[in-house]
Ligand binder design. Structure first.
Ligand SMILES: [Zn+2]
Length: 114
């Protein structure tokens, strides 16, 4: 019984480290309780989820939903978490500059024709 309590308590260590890196506290507490030696090493070497998401936003691979603040794919037309549809302005980043700014010269010259 004492062994279980000790395992449950030392399981808090990898859980706290993993939680700080954006992972589930309860899942990592369970992992740390059952396999402490593996979980503590794993929690120390794994990447920080929040830092990775920040890099993805900077690189333009993801965007933040204006309603729920969850990160979704940059090309997404609808949020997968709250089902909000994104406005055209928010999708512009994903489109290539050629399709955004391309104006057919034939139509442009027709406007100025007498
Ligand atoms: Zn959302």
């Amino acid at each position: 019984m004492e062994l279980l309590i000790v395992c449950a308590l030392i399981g808090l260590i990898p859980a706290a480290i993993a939680y700080k890196k954006g992972r589930s506290f309860f899942g990592w507490w369970l992992y740390g309780t059952l396999l402490f030696v593996v979980a503590i090493v794993h929690s120390l070497v794994m990447a920080d989820v929040k830092a990775l998401q920040g890099i993805q936003v900077q690189e333009g691979a993801r965007k933040k939903c204006p309603e729920c603040a969850e990160l979704v794919q940059a090309d997404a037309k609808m949020c997968r978490y709250c089902n909000v549809r994104f406005e055209k302005d928010q999708d512009r980043k994903a489109k290539s500059p050629i399709t955004e700014h391309y104006v057919n010269p034939r139509f442009q010259s027709n406007n100025n024709a007498p």
